[in-house]
Design a protein around this ligand. Structure first.
Ligand SMILES: [Fe+2]
Length: 300
């Protein structure tokens, strides 16, 4: 029988704030220390308001069945993965653009240190149920993991994400969160070998990766895969269930916080990129932690 998971203290990962405004008048600001130390910042009173005419978009029919979600690609802001008539998709796009802009305003208030450095990544709208998606174990986001992608090496760049549950019928977004990044790295680092010499060059040359997979990316991908493949870790490691009710916004570095999406439907998500050197505390980054633990430079 699987060992029972040890529960993390209620505020070990998630810190809650009472803000009700996305704008510059909101209460919480200059909280770089909190997000960089691996916390999730939750705002249960910070809803993303939909116009009455936008409520029709809370329906899986707007997502192209071949795509995982509806997304906007920046800087052009073109809409991908959506199905519908052109005029309707214009309205859908406007809603997602508004979320991108409000998320950016919020992020720059919470983390003014990042101004001038934060780059807007994809904005996605997920009207489909988490539970309904069938995937391989590697793509199964109901398993605890840190974000890392085989084809998209980050080369140390951070992934900051702003999520909002816009479910209209009271359904929470259910997550699990887990141990600290450093504890997680220590758990697996000793068993991770180095990549084959020349493999990073080959993957980039063949177009399998968008850019070179550095030593950092190799380790991040291995951590992602080891965790998801380890049933004992999934069931028995220190963790906590977190329900994000509709109307809740939450923010974290998803390349640092151990997380799993267990259920929910209708969510908006904004990704930002930030250079590891542009953090208030670069020593808190996964890159710095992994370089310290391995004793070698990982961006070569
Ligand atoms: Fe993830």
């Amino acid at each position: 029988m699987a060992e029972a998971a040890s529960l993390l203290a209620p505020d070990a990962v998630v810190r809650t704030f009472a803000d009700t405004s996305w704008g510059d008048d909101g209460a919480t600001r200059e909280v770089e220390d909190i997000v960089e130390s691996g916390h999730v910042l939750a705002f249960p009173r910070l809803a993303f308001a939909l116009a009455d005419s936008e409520r029709r978009f809370l329906d899986p029919r707007w997502a192209d069945p071949a795509a995982k979600n509806v997304s906007l690609r920046w800087p052009a802001g073109e809409l991908r993965g959506a199905a519908g008539a052109a005029a309707e998709l214009d309205d859908l796009r406007r809603m997602v653009v508004r979320y991108a802009e409000m998320s950016e305003t919020l992020a720059l208030r919470l983390f003014p240190h990042y101004r001038g450095h934060l780059r807007r990544g994809n904005t996605s709208f997920r009207p489909t149920d988490v539970a309904g998606r069938i995937r391989s174990w590697r793509q199964d986001d109901t398993r605890l993991h840190v974000d890392a992608f085989p084809s998209n090496p980050m080369q140390g760049t951070r992934l900051l994400r702003v999520f909002c549950n816009v479910n209209p019928s009271g359904v929470p977004r259910r997550w699990r969160v887990g141990e600290s990044f450093e504890a997680h790295a220590r758990r697996y680092l000793g068993s991770i070998g180095r990549p084959w010499p020349g493999s990073a060059w080959l993957l980039a040359t063949l177009g399998i990766t968008k850019r070179r997979r550095t030593g950092y990316d190799h380790l991040m991908l291995q951590l992602h895969d080891r965790a998801k493949a380890d049933a004992g870790f999934q069931s028995a490691s220190p963790q906590q269930r977190v329900d994000f009710a509709p109307g809740t916004t939450w923010v974290c570095f998803s390349d640092q916080v151990l997380h799993a999406a267990m259920g929910g439907q209708h969510m908006l998500e904004q990704t930002f990129y930030l250079g590891a050197g542009d953090l208030a505390h670069p020593a808190s980054a996964p890159l710095a932690i992994l370089e310290r633990l391995t004793g070698r430079a990982l961006l070569d």
